[in-house]
Design a protein around this ligand. Sequence first.
Ligand code: SPD
Length: 348
Amino acid sequence: MMKRNIAVLGLALWAAASHGEEKSLNVYNWSEYMPAEVIERFTEETGIEVNYSTYDSNEVMYAKLKTLHEAGSDAGYDIVVPSNYYISKMGREGLLHKLDHDQLSNLDKLDPKLMDQGFDPGNQYSVPYTWGTTGIGINTELMAGQEITSWTDLWKPEFQQQVLLLDDMREVMGLGLIATGSSVNETDPDKIEAAYLKLKELMPNVRLFDAESPKVKLLEGEVSLAMIWNGEIYMANQEEAGLTDFIYPEEGVMLWIDNLAIPASAPHVEYAHQFIDFLLRPEIAVMIAEEIGYGSPIPEAVAALPEEVRSNPTVYPSDAQLAKVHLQEDIGEALQVYERYWQQLKVQ
Ligand code: SPD
């Protein structure tokens, strides 16, 4: 009897596989941005296998997606997580699939303050996944007795070969723009050039560029200071409490929102909606926020976080700090000007 059942099951599996019915989902996300348990739990509940891969900049993700799209490939990604300023660009260029809100039962869990933003009116293409800031990280032992209050401190001659910069064009160009008194969304070529020239002066202090896991270099003491995402310092403190700290420079931190979206060429659109809806569940959002240390867009999840996370100033800035942020936005054609200077800077 048992043997017969196994044979029947084998036949059923073979039939499912030969009809292309195996359930899978291709997720392409930032590195260090989703706990493995979240993916395991999704697979347990739905039977959908997740093929998970990572990137460390919007530019890398965009280039890959664009190539797949232009090749007419349907073997690509089902979920990507672009920052706000890339959602508008990718939506405009036809690279994103319109979300079916009827398949997202947890949409109302999201903070209305983060919805219906200028970069995606009506949340046609995306819903927020996390939000965060870019400030200065320090190794507290190496920096003992030093006071860091401003982005321009990174230029101090005593920090030769001691600084890490994010391997992220908009972040680094934004740093140059802030240091020269311009907007992080500047489109005037002269002002962008001035930012580049200022960044060139910083290069003797720059030991390396890294956006995959910049906290490691701070924890290991390879650098004393870093331009860094707040979640990296949160995670560094989970690894070794007190060895690193996050500083809000007086000019203000940069602010961004990363969003869940479905590429236009996604092969598994229904599963992608299922996955997004799963991530919007408050209990899942708590698991994410507690591990990666970025702001959750789900108020119920924030309220359920342990007090030490909810009131951690690295993750959740004060109102005064939030009043002074630089929100990165879509800069349209000026992106090419940024790219030219970014390439020049990286070959210094
Ligand atoms: N390791 C995850 C980092 C996420 C950073 N995303 C936002 C970048 C905005 N330039």
